[in-house]
Design a protein around this ligand. Sequence first.
Ligand SMILES: Cc1cc2nc3c(=O)[nH]c(=O)nc-3n(C[C@H](O)[C@H](O)[C@H](O)COP(=O)(O)OP(=O)(O)OC[C@H]3O[C@@H](n4cnc5c(N)ncnc54)[C@H](O)[C@@H]3O)c2cc1C
Length: 383
Amino acid sequence: MRTRQVVLVGGGHAHIQVLEALVAEPLADARVTLVVDVPIAVYSGMVPGVVAGQYEATDVQLDPVALAHQSGVGVTIGRVTGVDPEARTITLVTGEVVSYDLASFDIGSTVAGLDIPGVREYALPTRPIGRFVDRFAAFLDAQRDRAAGTPLRVVVVGGGAGGVELAFTLDHRLKSDTACDVSTVLVDGGPRILAGYADSLRRRVVRRAAQRRMTIRTGTRIRRVDQAAVEAVTGELIPYDVLVWVTGAVSQTLFKESRLPVDERGFVRVRSTLQFEQDDALFGVGDCATLIEYPRTPKAGVYAVRQGPVVTRNLRAALAGRPLERYRPQTDFLTLLNLGGGVAVGAKWGVSFEGRWVMRLKDRIDRRFMRRFPRPRFPTESL
Ligand SMILES: Cc1cc2nc3c(=O)[nH]c(=O)nc-3n(C[C@H](O)[C@H](O)[C@H](O)COP(=O)(O)OP(=O)(O)OC[C@H]3O[C@@H](n4cnc5c(N)ncnc54)[C@H](O)[C@@H]3O)c2cc1C
């Protein structure tokens, strides 16, 4: 039988587990290639902990390339920019073309609103997340020499889970590591922060924000950014010294530009087998794919993590001509938000909780995940 070509695009939360499984049991009669834009992957769940000063930047890095080498998987470093399902080829930004019999995409998402004037120039977007970690470190270094009492105004735009964690952890870190007079504003365009989360979780976050003298501004949609302030649609200006942009997930343009079936945010539509809507040879997992049957599934790493073993089994089944497994997302997941200072809040099934023990629980869960995978031997700045 001809050796089939299987291509894994992206080294995110799902594919790292595919690679892990291939170390134990390679795919039969197939040559596998991993294509990643950067050789180091970042575990986003611990990034607020880096901002808080709990972890080093290198503590949150994973090495999909080392895992690929262990499992006999070839590696190509380069950004994928297109797919041609008819020719069964994947195109890289370098112009290189990779052929596939089966391919799986786990390329994550990008931040919404990057086309708002001034955002690209002045804001720190949270995607790519490795670059965010590097830029945060450079920003923090620059603040340490500032004179005591200098105002340091932090604005975080986006009141989802990531925005809440970054507003709190930034506020905590800057107050403890600099002598500046730190003030933090969390801005959201909707009527409330943490839309879609338990009300009691939101109340705990709002209470903690008040205790730390942080400001939460809801119903404030930003239309423009300049180097000193963000401008709301009402014309109001909110001044900042550092601006973090974490306004939710949208897709890279790759799927739309390849004329594949996508949802309204550009994410590729997949069936419950994790195969593309009209193509049995292409799989999509994690943030980059929207389940046709469960389109409201949040773009959260926990779903990408659960999809890893399923896509592994389905790649094996597809190669063997066996029926594929159906993935059904869990209806709720344990939310744990790092608020800095060793404190976290959490919720599950509508019940919320907070405290140091919640942070210890989050730390234990995150470290357990990280321990499964190799870490870069020579940690570098993300590319
Ligand atoms: C600050 C912050 C905190 C978060 N905390 C949590 C949390 O606690 N729990 C939770 O469930 N979710 C959390 N999230 C959401 C979580 O980050 C995403 O849902 C998760 O990263 C999605 O995983 P993924 O595997 O789809 O993609 P990613 O983990 O983003 O991986 C994508 C991979 O693809 C590669 N890649 C990207 N584009 C290309 C390309 N064009 N060509 C080749 N390779 C490419 C990347 O380098 C990377 O290897 C957080 C998000 C943020 C911003």
